[in-house]
Structures are given as C-alpha cells and as structure tokens.
Design a protein around this ligand. Sequence first.
Ligand code: ADP
Ligand code: MG
Length: 250
Amino acid sequence: MELTAASRTRRRVIGRTEGGPGPDAPIYRLRDVIRVYREADVETIALRGVDLDIARGESVAIVGRSGSGKSTLLNLLAGSDRPTAGSVAFLGRDLATADDASRAALRGSEIGIVYQAQNLAPMLSLLENVRLATWLCGRPLDVVGGRAALARVGLADKAGRRPAHLSGGEQQRAAVCCVLAARPTVLLADEITGELDRESARLVLELLIEACDINGTTVVLVTHDREVAAAADRIVELRDGSIVDGAAFA
Ligand code: ADP
Ligand code: MG
C-alpha cells in the first residue's frame, strides 16, 4: 500500500457550506478556541484562538513540538475536555456547552478514541475485548465478525489470548482493532505509533487511513512522525497554541 495522500482514491465529499450540519458541512467547526489551564497560581495558555474546520471523511494529521497544544486540541475534539472560551461544533452541536451526559453519549457512539496507553480489559481475551467494544457502542459483532476484525490487524491466531500475553505492538494493534470494529464516525488517535516498532506502526497507520478511505471515517491523528503525517489528507501544524498551517480544508 502506497502511503501518500495524493496517490489514494478519495471517496469523501468535501464541501464549503457555511452554517448548519448539512451533508457537506464540516464535521468539526472550531472557532476562536482558547484553553487555559490553571494550577494554583500558574496559568498555561495551551490554545490561543484556534479556528479549524474538518470535513467529513477527511484524514488530518496534527503536528507540532511537544507542548504546542496537540493533546489539548484532541481532547476538545473528543469532548473529554471543554474550551475556556470559543466553540467546538461537532455535527452542528457545540461540545463546549453540551452537558456531560450528551458528550459521554457522543464518545460512546460517534467518536472512537485510540489512546497511547492501552485500554484493553485485562481479564478478557482479545476476541472478548473486540466484542465488548462493539457491544458498548451499540454495533455488536458476533464471534465470526470479531474474529474477522482481529484477522484484519494480523491477530487472528491470538483471539483467545489475554492482553498481558501479547507484545506491546500486538496490544496496540488490538486496541486499534477494538476502535475500528466499533465503526465510529470519527476516529481520534494521539501519538499512538510513538512506542511501536516500525512494522507495527506502519500497519496501524495503514488501518487508520484505510478506515478513512473505505468506511468514510473522519480520522484525526496527532503525530510527530513526518512520514505518518504525510499519509494524511491534510497536515495541521500547531506552534505555541496557535495553528500556523493547514487550518482550512482545500
Ligand atoms: P502536546 O500534546 O503538543 O505536547 P499539550 O496539549 O499536552 O501539548 O500541552 C500544551 C501546554 O499545556 C503545555 O505547556 C502543557 O504543559 C500544558 N498542559 C497540558 N495539560 C495540562 C494540565 N492538565 N494542567 C496544566 N497544564 C497542562
Ligand atoms: Mg501530547
């Protein structure tokens, strides 16, 4: 598989419609987003007035130095954090003002998150983990479907194993498998390939981009790896809490 954005077939529809959440409207629309952390007397301005549109079905790589605000931005897209000021519209709903229950519901059904740290259930086999993940989001897979999902990430022969009996790379692939199998509308990943060997990192990356191209999933991934970033449709660069490149889709 050739991992350059230009060489891939685009199945997504990109529109420029202003306003409401029509089929061509951006899936995310961020306006003047500010996030300030306050700890005791110390204030850190992590995001200082970010405007960002993301199209449905687009893959976006967020790059920037450590401390530039990448994880802060991803947490806002995930609805797991709220901005200090500004709006984070997802499918036309403002996550900044949505209550905890509706943000949690979105994370359950529409937004899939691949964490840096593993979030597999240790007492369950990989097959059980995949089936649990898909059941939780309301799109349950049976045993056959669960095995097929594991086969796609190269873990068909490990279906009966618990996470502790796998390598780090295999655990990461299993975690990605759980999120992909749940078929979220949006898939968010924060530096997930950082601790993987090259081979595993490449496989994980291919799976994410494939989800974007084939299923029309919107993919936003944070990475410091330029090769990974180049495989996305668009690169958004953060510097010191501001977007310095790639804020709007083409
Ligand atoms: P990145 O992911 O690009 O490395 P972060 O979004 O994690 O950057 O952090 C941006 C800035 O906000 C950094 O200066 C960081 O120290 C600060 N920061 C992040 N999370 C917190 C927090 N929970 N409390 C206080 N400061 C934080
Ligand atoms: Mg980070």
